[in-house]
Design a binder for this molecule. Structure first.
Ligand code: GP9
Ligand code: MN
Length: 432
């Protein structure tokens, strides 16, 4: 078994890329806000309904000269949805091919996660979420990840009031305001992860909070999506306004990401209408898997970056900015800031996207033009497809064996392993 890990670590170290000297360590020691935008797809950015922007505040943030915004960034989740996104974001390990890795392995496995890495660098780490602590087994998993604190629903005095919840938990505006009051009491530097939830299927919101026209596809489960997305956008602006006043904006790095699609492929006629097309192809559906990935910090050299990447790449990219040495970490993603980075985005079902070709629902496309291509007629595709498929199958299998075999436990003898003592964490109120 330790030999399995060695083989995998060898592969991981071979695919490690040099840091980018323009960025490396430029954000070292700053507070980190990780803002999880529930079910938020990239197409919402700059999207308009009846001439109005759905997300004016996030658009402004996206286009800010100090925000690095990736516009070819894909979600890579499987059945574990939000929890798969978290697994990738905190560890650069994939979710599993079935079920949720956090549910099955979060309690007992050894991890070397972002909270543990930052704890060792003097950070206080805290996760915030307006749903019950046990959802996706967060209460146990966050201990394994090394979170000092987990503020779940039970910590929010407003959570029991009527009309303060919708869907899975506290409404985002209340959740983010109440979370900010906890955050400003944390010793700095801190790593704060905020998991929003109102922009979640079926996109319900009370009348008083609806401040945006629904779309008119005629599909009831789709048409409210822009309304809850708009509400999330307003909540985000309220949070950042508050943090600016509290003096926490300029000395913090903000990482924003969408976890997965909001509108599933079961709604193709509605998707076609949203995109202004007669019919959607598998190419369109692949584009629809894009989610935002933005990193903002005072003085950061920003811009829209067209690099192809996915959630698995978030951690190595952030560690580059924070100046954290990561040569020994078992991460399957790669640093999107590295000048040597070449995008290969594996999906959990074995499909993939590269800057030249993509495979989606068993069809191949030219990534740039969207033209369908076939293995028989396109020699370049054949080469790319063979190499890419081998790589994709390998990383998914390796990541799976790290999780299902709990292989990182064999790495704890490393002098620089970021150990976690789960027993030192007690999220008290979060129980029950
Ligand atoms: C609930 C929330 C939703 O706590 O994270 O999870 P999802 O259904 O998106 O996986
Ligand atoms: Mn989710």
């Amino acid at each position: 078994k330790p030999a399995d890990l060695n083989k995998i670590k060898q592969f991981v170290s071979q695919q490690k890329l040099p840091d980018n000297i323009q960025y490396y360590g430029t954000q070292k020691g700053k507070n980190v806000f990780m803002i999880h935008l529930e079910s938020f797809q990239q197409f919402l950015i700059d999207y308009k309904v009846e001439g109005k922007e759905v997300t004016p505040n996030l658009n402004k943030f996206y286009h800010d000269q100090h925000t690095l915004s990736f516009d070819n960034f894909y979600n890579q989740v499987g059945q574990g949805k939000t929890s798969d996104a978290e697994m990738m974001q905190e560890n650069s390990l994939y979710g599993l091919s079935t079920g949720s890795a956090m549910v099955k392995y979060g309690t007992n496995n050894t991890f070397e996660s972002l909270p543990a890495i930052l704890n060792q660098r003097g950070y206080t780490t805290a996760a915030f979420h307006g749903d019950v602590a046990s959802f996706w087994n967060r209460d146990n998993t966050y201990k394994s990840f090394g979170y000092n604190y987990f503020f779940s629903k039970a910590y929010y005095p407003n959570a029991n009031k009527p009309n303060f919840n919708v869907g899975y938990g506290l409404k985002d505006k209340i959740f983010l305001q109440d979370s900010a009051k906890y955050i400003e009491q944390l010793p700095q530097p801190f790593y704060a992860k905020l998991l929003t939830v109102t922009n979640h299927y079926p996109y319900d919101l009370d009348k008083e909070n609806i401040d945006f026209p629904a779309t008119t596809t005629g599909d009831k489960t789709v048409d409210g999506y822009v309304q809850t997305a708009h509400y999330l956008d307003q909540s985000f602006a309220e949070l950042t306004d508050y943090l600016k006043k509290a003096g926490l904006y300029d000395n913090s790095v903000f990482v924003l990401y969408g976890d997965h699609y909001g509108i599933s492929e079961n709604h193709q006629p509605a998707i076609a209408k949203l995109l202004g097309k007669d019919k959607v192809t598998n190419y369109d559906l692949a584009q629809f898997q894009k989610v935002p990935f933005m990193i903002h910090a005072n003085g950061l050299k920003g811009g829209i970056d067209h690099t192809y990447g996915g959630e698995i790449d978030m951690l190595p990219t952030l560690l580059d900015l924070l100046g954290v040495p990561d040569d020994q970490l078992t991460m399957f993603g790669r640093d999107m800031l590295s000048t040597k980075y070449e995008g290969v985005v594996p999906f959990r079902d074995g499909d993939w996207v590269t800057p030249t070709y993509m495979k989606y629902n068993n069809q191949y496309f030219n990534t740039k033009t969207g033209d369908q291509v076939t293995l028989d007629t396109d020699v370049d595709l054949k080469k790319t497809a063979t190499e890419t498929q081998a790589y994709v199958d390998k990383v998914l299998a390796y990541s799976d064996s790290v999780i299902t075999g709990d292989l990182l436990r064999f790495d704890t003898s490393r002098a620089d392993f970021h150990k976690v003592n789960k027993k030192t964490f007690d999220y008290k109120k979060s129980v029950g």
